[in-house]
Design a protein around this ligand. Structure first.
Ligand code: HEM
Length: 442
């Protein structure tokens, strides 16, 4: 499959894709090249932005190869009488076939993951991460490869205007914008029982009237346990559950910890933080540094977090209900909307931006930019969040990624997980928290 990162420009992607088709009749292989193009663009830009990019890439590729009619016919033939935008929307139906063709091309050409020098030889690719999640959790068709257990929510963000001095993003103008989101638990097993210690996640999408989108996927840890994708990749395997004991192999864990004492030290800090009793009284951290640029062109490194407005209560032991965290959430939202303050931490020059396992000094300015309100819960079957890829690189103008390598790899991994689960939709079993559960609790 294609492996690309945001580092690669569109032209490089196109060149690499064409390169892969060399040695064969380009005309015959165009379908396969197009499949790779689709995948490359999915990885680079996420699904929505790929739609427009598909049109561009077909135009560009056909210009370069002179096989214009074949390309357009291949897509149009499949969906006659459909406008291109609509056609692109339906590309989703094509993904399984595209993936197969693309696999075939890779098999024929022997294309290696790191061909074309697009990626460093050490950094695992999106595909390799998706494979690793499957290796440690099994394959659960249609579910996210990580944070597989979750529930959809929606509500709104009320901006107080304080963010305008930091970023020109429309979301910070005073006023209210709709949000959709997804509360989740870490891990690739969609029916795993809730526990007080499982890492909690919250993905959010803010959409503004001018069409800007901001997506962020946060967790309840103030620091990420590892500083690079490579170490995360290694750690996943070291902590793989042994089916016989239900626990990781102590020898593998020890070996990992000896190699990475810094991760052990960070985890000590993280695990000392008090854990809230439910999703509603949990603080969620975006962890990575990002760059905000305001209307005057001034760029500032920032991080952000969501502080709950619900009173803190420490987590106790897990009750018998194996979905208790989600059931509590549904009941709480039925009683009254849940609210969080969105806090932006303003970095100073010299604060590290490339390491999510290191915090910034505690005295950094904190700007409260508005309030997130969640007033609706929906089962995964019904929520728009289910088919949303909460790729943290989906940023509006006025926000940009930092040089954090973990942030960058997330984009490629989420795209692969997304592409796999979308193509498996028909095989997906009902989620642990079903529509009936949500209706019952509400
Ligand atoms: C190398 C590091 C990481 C890898 C490989 C990774 C992998 C994944 C994957 C495969 C998914 C499922 C994506 C989908 O199908 O939509 C996911 C979801 C998620 N990840 Fe990560 N992740 C990483 C780092 C992080 C970090 C640093 C955070 C928090 C700051 C985070 C928070 C989340 C959340 C909240 C979700 C669920 C989003 C949703 O509900 O769609 N991840 N992650």
């Amino acid at each position: 499959m294609a492996q690309f990162t945001q580092r690669n420009g569109a032209d490089e992607v196109d060149a690499a894709l064409l390169e892969r088709a060399s040695g064969f009749t380009r005309r015959r292989l165009f379908g396969a090249a197009a499949a790779n193009v689709a995948e490359g663009y999915l990885e680079l830009f996420g699904f929505e932005r790929s739609l427009t990019n598909m049109r561009k890439v077909i135009a560009r590729t056909t210009r370069q190869t002179g096989i214009e009619k074949t390309a357009v016919r291949a897509f149009r033939g499949k969906f006659p009488n459909v406008e291109f935008a609509e056609l692109c929307k339906r590309l989703i139906c094509w993904l399984p076939k595209l993936a197969l063709i693309s696999l075939a091309l890779m098999a024929i050409t022997g294309t290696l993951p790191y061909s074309g020098g697009l990626l460093s030889a050490q950094e695992p690719t999106g595909d390799q991460f998706a494979d690793r999640f499957e290796e440690i959790n099994g394959i659960h068709p249609g579910f996210r490869r990580n944070h597989a257990k979750g529930i959809g929510v929606s509500g709104f963000f009320e901006s107080n205007g304080n963010g305008v001095r930091l970023s020109s993003a429309a979301v910070f103008k005073p006023g209210r914008v709709p949000i959709i989101g997804r509360f989740s638990l870490d891990g690739g097993r969609p029916y795993e029982a809730d526990t007080p210690d499982t890492r909690r996640g919250l993905g959010l999408q803010f959409s503004t009237p001018n069409g800007e989108l901001w997506r962020t996927a946060m967790i309840n840890f103030p620091l990420f346990p590892v500083r690079t994708p490579e170490i995360f990749f290694e750690r996943l395997l070291a902590f793989k559950q042994d089916p016989a004991t239900g626990r990781p192999d102590p020898v593998a864990v020890k070996a990992f910890e000896e190699r990475h004492p810094e991760t052990v030290a960070v985890l000590k800090v993280i695990l000392n933080e008090p854990r809230g009793s439910g999703f509603g009284n949990t603080t969620f951290f975006a962890l990575h540094a990002f760059l905000f640029t305001n209307a005057k062109g001034k760029t500032t490194p920032v991080r952000w977090l969501l502080k709950p407005m619900q009173p803190f209560e420490a987590a106790g032991a897990a009750p018998a209900d194996k979905n208790y965290l989600f059931h509590d959430l549904i009941r709480q939202v039925r009683e009254q909307p849940l609210r969080w303050r969105l806090i932006v931490i303003v970095g100073k020059s010299g604060d590290p931006t490339n390491d999510p396992s290191v915090g910034w000094p505690a005295d950094r300015e904190q700007v409260e930019v508005g309030t997130v309100t969640i007033d609706r819960v929906q089962a995964e079957e019904d929520s728009a969040a289910t088919d949303t890829n909460f790729d943290p690189m989906t940023l509006p103008p006025g926000m940009a990624p930092s040089d954090d390598p973990v942030l960058k790899i997330r984009s490629a991994v989420y795209a692969r997980s997304f592409a796999r689960r979308i193509t498996e939709k028909k095989q997906k079993q009902p989620s642990a928290i079903s529509r009936a559960d949500v209706n019952k609790e509400q």
